[in-house]
Ligand binder design. Structure first.
Ligand code: DX5
Ligand code: ZN
Length: 215
């Protein structure tokens, strides 16, 4: 199933409620929530209090938490009402243990790779995962350009999954536009994160354009 996950990083923070309602009314049923600690990535975004407020505003929406945080499971408790928590392989000292902790808390689990990390690094964990996140920009900031080499990483990840008869979601995050979206889907990704392409301009039109391509 294809899922559109607009990234809150590009939302108008003075109008969170209004804009979240607009994306969901337009048809998006998942929100991507980027947590940054200023250590794993050079930027700081938002954390637990904002997460709580968003959950309260949107009790039924799926929240897809992307932890760009060193040793992310330290904060697992605060995000227990998320649907899925994705952690970075590069930021986690004991990946298997952290993956198991997230599952034991009742959440789905994703494992993310920065652009330079080879897909093969996922292989020891594949059986345990609900989702793989292949970053298509260097994590830390919205509004960057999609790295085309990500397409080969998607194909390779799909191939490894097929060889093991696994049907795991592949999420792409960074620089996705309605122009490169067809190629990204074609390569085998099915969870699409997009920040600036949704929240800049007319939100409803942007969501509808993306969903039309994804259908
Ligand atoms: C970047 C974040 C992304 C970001 C994507 O580190 O993980 O989720 O919001 O923004 P765009 O779609 O503008 O590249
Ligand atoms: Zn993200």
């Amino acid at each position: 199933m294809n899922i559109l996950a607009p990234s809150m990083l590009s939302i108008d923070f003075g109008n969170i409620e209004r804009d979240l309602k607009e994306v969901t009314l337009a048809g998006a049923d998942t929100i991507h929530f980027d947590v940054m600690d200023g250590m794993f990535v050079p930027n700081i975004s938002f954390g637990q209090p904002v997460f709580k407020a968003v959950r309260k505003l949107m009790p039924d929406i799926a929240l897809d938490v992307h932890m760009m945080v060193q040793e992310p499971t330290r904060y697992l408790k605060d995000f227990e009402s998320a649907d899925i928590m994705t952690i970075h392989l590069e930021a986690t000292s004991d990946v298997l243990k952290s993956v198991k902790e997230i599952k034991a808390a009742g959440l789905k689990v994703g494992l993310a790779l920065k652009p330079a990390t080879p897909v093969e690094e996922l292989l020891p964990y594949l059986e345990e995962l609900d989702m793989v996140l292949l970053m298509s920009v260097e994590p830390g900031f919205g509004g960057q350009s999609f790295r085309p080499e990500t397409l080969d990483k998607i194909r390779l990840a799909r191939k490894y999954m097929q060889e093991r008869s696994l049907d795991i979601d592949i999420e792409i995050d960074g620089g996705v536009t309605s122009d490169n979206l067809p190629q990204i889907l074609e390569a085998g990704a099915n969870v699409i994160v997009t920040g600036s392409s949704i929240f800049n301009g007319n939100i409803t039109d942007n969501v509808k354009r993306f969903l039309e391509i994804m259908r």
